[in-house]
Design a protein. Sequence first.
Length: 302
Amino acid sequence: MLVLDAGDLLFKKFTNPIPEHELKMVTEKARLIIESFNLMGYNALGIGDDDLTLGKEFLLEISKKVNFPLLSSNIFDEASEKLLFQPYIIKQINGLRIGVFSLLSPDLFLGQSDPRRKGIVVRPAVEVAQKMVKELQPKTDMIILLSHLSYQKDVELAQTVPGIHLIVGSHTGMNLVYPQILKNSVILQTSPKGMSAGRLDLTLTNNETSFYNLATKRTVENQLLNLKNRLNSPQITESEKAQLQKSTEKMEQDLKQLHGKNEFTNVILPLTENMKDHPEILKMVNEFKSKYSGAAAPIAPK
C-alpha cells in the first residue's frame, strides 16, 4: 500500500496573510497535522500552494520533522536556483518499482506579490513533467504524479506528456468516482481538506502500462445479461432480435478484449465522525482544541 496526498492540508485556503494574533495557533495546528500524517504512515506528500502560507522556511523546517518526504519537482529556491524539496521517491512494492513525483502550478498564486511566492520560483509543469518521466522511466515500472495543478491542467498534462500512469490530482476538489483515462493515464481526485479518502486497487496481470476500470467491465457484463434475457423473451420481434444479437456480439467482443489486461477499482470513502479515531491523534486534537477553543480575537482599536 502507498498512502499519498497531493497537498493543501496544512492551512485553510489562502486569501490574506495570517494575522499576528492567530500565528501561533495556525503554526501549532500545521504541526499537529504533520504529526498526524506521521502516525497514519504516509509515504509522500505533494506540496500545494496553500502549504506555503507561512513561507518556504516554515515548510523546510516542517520537512525535517516528518517520517516521509515532502515532494516537489518544480519548486526552486530563487537565490540558489536549486530544488527546495525532494523531487521524487521510488518505492518497491511486491517487486514493482513505483516512482512518485509532484508538481505545483504557478498559476494558482495571486500574482507576483503573493507572499507565498517569496523566495521561490515555480517552473512550468509540462517542461518539468517531461524531464521527470525521462529520468524515472529507466528506474521504475510505474510512475505516479502528485498533481497540484487543477483538474483541467491534469487533463492537458495527460494528453501532452506520455508515461505517467496515475495522476493523483488536487486543488479543484472533485470526487472522481469514475476516473478519466487519457492516453493510458488514470486521473484521480477526491474532495478537499481530507473530507474523503480515495482508494485505488490495481491488479496487474501483464507488463503493459495500461489499465481499465473494473467497474466498466461490470457494467458491460450487466448490460449483456439484460440483453440475453430480452433475447429469450417470447414477445421479441424478429427485427428487435437481430438488433439485440448485434449488440450482444459487440459487447462480448469488448469483454474479450479486456481479458488478461491490467485492471483497477476506485472507491471514494467519506471520512465521517462515526469512524474510529487513532487514539494518539485524538489526544493531540483534543489538547489543541482545549488550548485554543477559548481564544478570543483581539479587540479592534476605536
